[in-house]
Design a protein. Structure first.
Length: 396
């Protein structure tokens, strides 16, 4: 008998430094109805506009162009969808034309396309500390060297001179994982400094329309001097439904051809039918009313978590009180590793995400992320009651 010489294939070397997402791993562990999970950054499914989206799909499939919406389509995206998104962005203060936008399969793909178009193995990428976990995975997969930047202008300029990054990645509105928002002054400083140093900036903005308190802050991409080097990512995942997997990149003209080629190589184009349905949904939905409903519900959930925090967290803890978005960031006192507390939390039918994986540099193991959008205020109160004894163990 002849033995096969074919060996079990090994993963590509570029995957060696990319860790699995603990958030995605946790979703499998907490898939029990009795668990109150603050782990995933998930929109509330009961708030999805199921009837409106069903009608939108019926509308586009039942039209005379129904078969065309099942065909291959332009790489750049559905023209009607791009026009509607551009009009909304312009109304929010970021002047945008349909031609400025590339539709992507979720804003996560937008980030992947930017990495493919701009970054070579060994390129330096600067990030906040902590930052969005999937962005770290994207840059690690691209073979980049990731550095962290301070929050003040002087520190940023020093970091730009020292590390000479090619790209700076930021989540300015209600950041994942911290919930923090960059001030208008800080955004203006970032736009000016990165322009002066020739650094591309990615402004990731999936949460910008989920503000529950205070006045909106103008987009970083709208700052003077940002026109040629700031890319803006948007998404339907938080305002419509993540299952649509629809996002977009607002890109300066110089980068548009490269991103289009990267998109063609990745998947030719995003789902034709989903784009057409999203365009129909936008055209026939009172989006402002829909968003007002989301904001009202999520604000009550945020308030429930904030109200419970003093009794949940041990003395000496600190946490963020976000003006919007989906997350609060909690730091426990003393030399505690929150990952070691997770098994006890799961045993008590509550879940959170330990903070360490959100760090590109030296992690702060005493941190954790809590999401408040998925559960009702009553469920949040109960979940925080379950979490309190876990966080207040003697190790804390």
């Amino acid at each position: 008998m002849v033995q096969s010489a074919v060996r079990t294939p090994l993963p590509a070397q570029r995957l060696a430094g990319v860790a699995s997402s603990p958030v995605r791993d946790l979703l499998a562990l907490v898939d029990r109805p009795e668990v109150i999970s603050f782990a995933g950054g998930l929109p509330a499914p009961e708030l999805f506009d199921l009837d409106g989206l069903r009608a939108a799909f019926d509308r586009v499939l039942g039209s005379a162009d129904g078969r065309r919406h099942l065909q291959y389509a332009p790489t750049e995206g559905n023209p009607a969808l791009r026009a509607l998104v551009a009009a909304r962005m312009t109304a929010r203060g970021l002047s945008t034309a349909a031609a400025d936008l590339l539709v992507t399969t979720g804003s996560q793909q937008g980030l992947t396309l930017i990495a493919a178009a701009l970054l070579d193995p060994g390129s330096v990428v600067a990030v906040e500390e902590p930052t969005y976990l999937a962005a770290l995975q994207c840059f690690q997969l691209a073979g980049c060297r990731i550095v962290t930047v301070p929050s003040d202008d002087a520190g940023l300029e020093r970091a730009l001179r020292e590390h000479q990054p090619k790209l700076l990645y930021l989540v300015p509105n209600f950041a994942n994982p911290t919930g923090r928002t960059l001030t208008a002054g800080r955004r203006a400083g970032i736009a000016a400094l990165t322009a002066a140093h020739g650094v591309w900036v990615v402004e990731d903005d999936p949460y910008g329309e989920l503000r529950y308190r205070g006045e909106p802050v103008p987009a970083l991409a709208s700052q003077p001097g940002a026109e040629e080097h700031v890319l803006h990512l948007g998404s339907f995942s938080k305002i419509a439904a993540p299952g649509l997997r629809l996002g977009w990149v607002r890109t300066p003209p110089a980068l548009r051809p490269a991103l289009t080629v990267a998109k063609q190589a990745a998947d030719l184009h995003t789902s034709t039918i989903d784009q057409a349905a999203a365009a129909a949904w936008l055209a026939h939905t009172d989006l402002d009313a829909h968003l007002a409903n989301l904001r009202d519900a999520y604000a009550q959930r945020r308030d429930a978590m904030m109200a419970a925090m003093p009794e949940t967290a041990p003395a000496g803890s600190t946490w963020t009180d976000p003006d919007g978005g989906m997350f609060t960031w909690l730091r426990l006192p003393g030399p505690v590793d929150t990952a070691s507390l997770l098994p006890a939390a799961l045993a008590g039918d509550v879940a959170f995400v330990p903070g360490a994986p959100f760090y590109a540099g030296r992690p702060d193991h005493a941190t954790l992320r809590l999401s408040f959008t998925t559960h009702t205020p009553g469920e949040i109160t109960e979940g925080m009651r379950r979490l309190g004894p876990v966080l207040r163990t003697p190790a804390c």
